[in-house]
Design a protein around this ligand. Structure first.
Ligand code: C2E
Ligand code: MG
Ligand code: MG
Ligand code: MG
Length: 292
């Protein structure tokens, strides 16, 4: 806030009002030492294949265990971290921690798991990002093919050329790029036209009412047509119930993610409940019964 002073005050107070503003200022102060204080934690949510519900990947999602306020979600603190210039440090921590974890799971035999890590706008703009990425990958021996980076639609607006160069560097390393929150921003189709994306993650907004709203069905099927035509891999986010699963599975074979399969979990729980157990075989049987 000091850096931007008055502007930042306007930014926060217009959005939130005074009490909320005070809270955000407190959070910003506390955020400065999150990495040193070991208050950050990664949660992992499975990505499954619609055909057999086999786990094909995992999205890495950041949580802040605040000593007084409990778990704080990323939508709350990442914008503050971005504004106050703390995001690169936090982002590197995420990357290294995720890659370490991915390598550990690979060693345990889960070697087909794609690790999908969210990258923020400031990381895309940061010229040392690629170098750090290379270092982290070689330090922890994770094959780049096991890594996927998610960039958000709303972050792309700033400079297509810059983003394209960033993506090309990433892809040279055999790392995949997913376009997150697809459809939620005005730039969607332009991003597909201008950027060498591998994967599209369809925003959960399209899925929420998919069984009840013909409009949403038309839009979703339109997106499927586009991604099929462009040979893009798809992940449908926000699957919360069997009806949504049934509808999507009747349209297309795709990858799915959502609370219906599992919420994001801390690493030990993910390993025990998702990787270790045959929960997905059970889900698979349930799904087969309900889809047919
Ligand atoms: P996202 O990348 O689109 O991640 C999916 C969000 O949807 C996660 O929220 C996840 O918990 C939630 N979700 C998953 N399944 C369902 C479902 O079935 N229903 C509903 N309603 N929600 C579901 P989360 O973990 O709170 O993260 C919010 C956003 O924060 C992420 O959206 C991502 O943009 C950002 N984020 C999270 N971790 C990181 C990170 O390490 N770095 C950066 N730069 N951004 C992150
Ligand atoms: Mg994401
Ligand atoms: Mg998403
Ligand atoms: Mg999202």
């Amino acid at each position: 806030a000091k850096r931007k002073g008055k502007n930042q005050y306007c930014f926060f107070s217009e959005l939130t009002g005074n009490n909320e503003y005070k809270l955000l200022m407190e959070l910003e102060k506390d955020l400065k030492n999150v990495v040193q204080n070991r208050e950050l934690e990664l949660y992992y949510q499975p990505i499954v294949c619609s055909k057999d519900e086999e786990i094909v990947g995992v999205e890495v999602l950041l949580r802040w265990n605040h000593p007084a306020k409990g778990i704080i979600f990323p939508n709350k603190f990442i914008p503050i971290a971005e504004e106050s210039g703390l995001m690169p440090v936090i982002g590197y921590w995420v990357l290294e921690e995720a890659i370490k974890q991915g390598f550990e799971w690979k060693q345990k035999g889960f070697n087909k798991l794609i690790l999908s890590v969210n990258i923020s706008m400031s990381q895309m703009k940061d010229h040392s990002f690629i170098e750090v990425l290379d270092n982290v990958l070689s330090n922890h021996l994770l094959s780049p093919a096991m890594l996927q980076l998610e960039i958000r639609e709303s972050d792309i607006g700033f400079d297509l050329k810059e983003v394209r160069e960033f993506i090309n560097e990433i892809k040279k390393r055999n790392i995949k790029i997913a376009l997150d929150d697809f459809g939620a921003e005005a730039s969607s189709l332009l991003s597909l036209k201008e950027l060498p994306i591998d994967v599209v993650k369809i925003d959960q907004n399209f899925i929420k009412n998919i069984t009840a709203k013909p409009l949403d069905q038309i839009l979703l099927n339109g997106i499927f047509e586009i991604t099929k035509g462009l040979h893009l891999d798809v992940i449908v986010e926000g699957i919360e119930n069997k009806e949504q699963l049934k509808y999507i599975s009747s349209c297309i074979n795709t990858k799915l993610q959502g609370f219906y399969f599992s919420p994001p979990l801390p690493a030990p729980d993910f390993e025990k409940d998702i990787l270790g157990m045959d929960m997905f075989k059970t889900e698979q049987e349930i799904a087969c019964m309900s889809v047919k």
